[in-house]
Design a protein around this ligand. Structure first.
Ligand code: GDP
Length: 297
């Protein structure tokens, strides 16, 4: 409600797309994310060492970029959505070219449809001698996906995560899809974001990777994250570089929270420490009441 109020009448600016990879087990979601991550500047600068922090950014020669959520799987997608976090703009549906459409492929299609999120199909493992991408297309077509080859508007790209082929084409297709969607966000004013991953670091304490939804987040601000709060001691981009500010669709890591939040938690900025404490306490009390009520049912 607060966010809607803030966004009303605000100037909206174009923003990058946030993409989630889904598909049947073993069809290559993790491999595809690894391969895509290696095309990112962060991986190049780190000499090919890839870090899993919940998200990464691929920058294109044109200057455009794509944010990938680094948690494959339907559970993450559903859990986030169930908590009201509609973070994903596009779903990459991975289908193995040899295996074809399987139960979790269909599940992914229905999740994406229910969430009204467009699908880009990546037919993976095209390096395999047994690969049969044409069969996959026919199967998807008969499941109601209107593929571009068949006069529809669902884009299909043939890739090999292991052979690292078709990745440029996939990224270009995602950019094209994003352009058609004309994704926009408010970039001025208080930030709103969602946590995609949180972990406890021995030296640095609770760390949360979040995806910016709107506004500008500034290092040093007080934030309430789910039922936790803190003051941003350090704001880092996905290359681990300390930055001052973050804008919509950027994944950033924040340090300075007092407790560990959960994936799907929302992040808001408040003016003072008192306000942060008060909101956090209120939310914790509400969680406790809900827990007790559930236990009594
Ligand atoms: P996930 O369960 O969807 O995350 O699938 P994984 O990424 O773990 O891949 C499952 C298996 O398929 C692994 O043994 C991968 O090495 C293999 N695999 C993934 N992508 C490709 C590919 O493009 N070509 C071939 N030949 N094998 C692949």
């Amino acid at each position: 409600v607060r966010r809607l109020h803030l966004d009303e009448g605000a100037v909206l600016e174009p923003r990058p797309a946030v993409v989630t990879v889904m598909g049947h087990v073993d069809h290559g979601k993790t491999s595809l994310l690894d391969a895509l991550r290696l095309t990112s500047v962060a991986a190049k600068e780190a000499g090919g060492i890839t870090q899993h922090l919940g998200a990464f950014v691929v920058s294109m020669p044109s200057g455009a970029s794509i944010t990938f959520l680094d948690t494959p799987g339907h559970a993450a997608f559903s859990a986030m959505r169930a908590r009201g976090a509609a973070v994903t703009d596009i779903v990459v549906l991975v289908v193995a070219a040899d295996d074809g459409v399987m139960p979790q492929t269909l599940e992914a299609i229905s999740h994406a449809k229910a969430a009204n999120v467009p699908i880009v199909v990546a037919i993976n493992k095209c390096d395999k001698p047994s690969a049969n991408p044409e069969r996959v297309k026919i199967q998807l077509g008969s499941e109601g996906l209107l593929l571009e080859d068949m006069g529809g508007d669902v884009q299909v790209v043939e890739v090999s995560a292991l052979g690292r082929t078709g990745l440029d084409k996939l990224e270009e297709t995602l950019l094209f899809q994003a352009e058609m969607m004309e994704l926009k966000a408010r970039i001025n004013g208080p930030a709103h974001a969602y946590v995609v991953e949180a972990r406890l670091d021995r030296g640095r304490g609770p760390l949360a990777t979040m995806i910016m939804q709107s506004g500008t987040l500034v290092s040093g601000q007080y934030v309430v994250v789910g039922a936790e709060w803190g003051r941003i001691r350090a704001l880092r981009d996905m290359m681990g570089k300390v930055i001052e500010k973050a804008w919509p669709a950027m994944p950033v890591e924040i340090e300075g929270l007092r407790g560990l939040p959960m994936a799907g938690d929302d992040v808001i900025v408040v003016e003072t420490e008192d306000r942060a404490r008060m909101l956090s306490t209120g939310r914790k009390e509400k969680m406790e009441r809900d827990r007790l009520r559930k236990a009594m049912e």
